[in-house]
Design a protein around this ligand. Structure first.
Ligand SMILES: Nc1ncnc2c1ncn2[C@@H]1O[C@H](COP(=O)(O)OP(=O)(O)OP(=O)(O)O)[C@@H](O)[C@H]1O
Length: 310
């Protein structure tokens, strides 16, 4: 079953349109990265899925029901972008409070606090928590009641690299148990191996959505080959020139190899030519990363917004 399905969704705040005809879905057991610059419309999309607002146009179906229906909402976990907690209460007291509000078992409270790495700090007041510890408490809150749909807005803010890797592993386990997960952010460092699909929003428009292979095909960005010469760089350059597939983008690197940018459809022909020539000793192939693809789709319009509106 779909965790959510947005069909032709548009939204405007008063007179300002912020989402334009968005089609986006999430299936159970899938992790979707929702990426976009500041003000792209990520949080607005999440609020529509939570049923906090109604779309101006289009439809939002969530977990087989209506967005905002309490029967649906109780199966959603949400980590907002900026988590704030009452400072005089302990982590355990705060999570117990949220468990009661959500109708989740209080037995889950210490288990979740252990799971997010707050086992030793659960009885300390949250005013003594670091930013990363508050973020972990926010995550524990989102996990209450074993949600079928989990939406995390900027989940790695304040987390160190080890905690970030722990978070991604935890999300992967939840995904494998069937939870649908949305990670909402500017591109998250290191997230690429952990997401099944990415959706790229810019100025309220969905520019691209799909798994990384599909996004690479859609972006049609050059693949970079690192070629180490078997004899001399000049001999290897000659072979590449004759294969004429490099678009002229050939750079000598400091370690004595060549970096060649080639269109994906020309990659195999160039590789075959250099292999057949006997002039290459080693080959490395570098596909565009998620960050590269993101920058490609966001373009200069998106860059102008980075760090801008909020
Ligand atoms: N309550 C509001 N009233 C009017 N405009 C709003 C409101 N909330 C957000 N907006 C506008 O809607 C647009 C989308 O905002 P949104 O918060 O969805 O972006 P975002 O992608 O989550 O950004 P960020 O990465 O900065 O959190 C922005 O132009 C923002 O200024």
């Amino acid at each position: 079953m779909s965790c959510f399905r947005l069909e032709n969704v548009s939204y405007r705040y008063d007179k300002s349109p912020v989402l334009h005809g968005i089609d986006l879905r999430l299936e159970a057991g899938e992790i979707l990265g929702l990426f976009g610059h500041n003000g792209a419309g990520k949080t607005t999309s999440i609020k529509l899925i939570l049923g906090l607002m109604q779309p101006t146009e289009g439809s939002v179906a969530v977990l087989g029901g209506q967005a905002g229906d309490p029967q649906v909402t109780q199966h959603i976990g949400y980590l907002p972008e900026n988590v704030m907690f009452y400072p005089q209460l302990t982590g355990r007291e705060i999570l117990s409070h949220f468990a009661r509000l959500k109708g989740a078992s209080l037995k889950q409270v210490p288990v979740l606090l252990e799971q997010v790495g707050l086992g030793d700090a659960m009885d300390a007041r949250t005013k003594t928590y670091s930013k990363g510890m508050r973020q972990r408490l926010g995550l524990a809150q989102a996990l209450l009641g074993k949600p079928r749909l989990l939406m995390l807005d900027e989940p790695t803010v304040g987390l160190d690299p080890v905690a970030t890797a722990d978070l991604y592993r935890l999300l992967r386990d939840l995904r494998d148990e069937g939870t649908g997960i949305v990670l909402c952010s500017h591109v998250l460092p290191g997230v690429e191996p952990y997401i099944d699909r990415a959706a790229i929003l810019t100025e309220g428009t969905l520019k691209a959505a799909g798994d990384l292979a599909a996004l690479r095909r859609q972006a049609n960005m050059p693949v970079t080959l690192s070629l180490a010469p078997a004899h001399t760089l000049a001999d290897l350059e000659k072979v590449i020139d004759e294969a004429s597939a490099s678009n002229g983008l050939m750079i000598r690197t400091e370690n004595g190899s060549l970096r060649v940018d080639v269109q994906p459809r020309e990659k195999m022909a160039l590789l075959q030519a250099v292999m057949a020539s006997g002039e290459v000793a080693d080959v490395g192939i570098h596909q565009p990363s998620l960050e590269d693809i993101y920058v490609h789709f966001i373009g200069s319009g998106g860059l102008a917004h980075r760090g801008g509106s909020q």
